[in-house]
Design a protein. Structure first.
Length: 195
């Protein structure tokens, strides 16, 4: 079975990706690889950042590396927080502060539409990269609902699930999420390549 290193420091992403990929790969985390790096996300898009993260980890490990760069794209905010979703309220990964800032910025907005976007990159040991994207449509609520998930999940009302991602079970979220769709699109690209 192919060893696949997940190029992320976000434990929630590890959990979701593991569930979505099932037992098809021998998944390794950065901790299991004894790697402790915070790769600087200098790209101008989700895809560019995903490529940067996967490439660094493939190089460090000599193995296949899979990364996810994701975020919330809000129409009424001109696409913000976008690639800056993790640090919307300032440096660090304070989900609570990010949600408070988002609700504050959206207070007087009528158009509540938003989407989660994920770009996933698979970097092969030879440095070759395959990239794919996925999205999930919904809207931003005026208050938080639910205790599951992570990040902006409590304020993201999924059109498909008719509840927030934080009210959904992990299985429900993983069936329609941006991350699931990106990984599905990646799998389709890879099977084309190997067919
Ligand atoms: P790595 O770069 O180490 O993978 P990170 O958390 O810094 O971890 P990103 O730079 O891709 O990852 O930032 C993504 C942010 O977007 C994340 O911290 C959340 O705030 C938000 N986000 C992405 N996917 C999400 C999801 O499924 N549910 C809720 N929020 C999500």
């Amino acid at each position: 079975m192919i060893e696949l290193v997940l190029a992320t420091n976000n434990a929630h992403k590890v959990e979701e990706i593991q569930q979505i990929l099932g037992g098809r790969f021998q998944i390794r985390t950065l901790a299991e690889e004894n790697i402790s790096v915070e790769v600087e996300e200098t790209g101008a898009s989700f895809a560019e950042n995903a490529i940067i993260k996967a490439s660094v980890i493939a190089k460090l490990t000599g193995k296949y590396a899979l990364s996810d760069d994701s975020g919330l794209v809000v129409a009424a905010l001109g696409g913000k927080p976008g690639i800056y979703s993790a640090r919307y309220a300032g440096e660090g990964h304070d989900d609570k502060a990010n949600i408070i800032k988002l609700l504050d910025d959206m207070q007087h907005k009528q158009d509540r539409s938003a989407k989660f976007v994920s770009a996933v990159a698979l970097c092969k040991p030879n440095g070759e990269v395959v990239i794919a994207e996925g999205a999930a449509e919904g809207e931003i609520l005026r208050e938080q609902r639910g205790a599951g998930g992570f990040g902006y999940d409590p304020v993201f009302f999924s059109h498909e699930l008719q509840k927030t991602f934080a009210e959904a079970t992990a299985q429900e979220k993983n069936a329609v999420s941006h991350r699931k769709r990106a990984l599905q699109n990646l799998a389709a690209k890879l099977s084309l390549e190997y067919s």
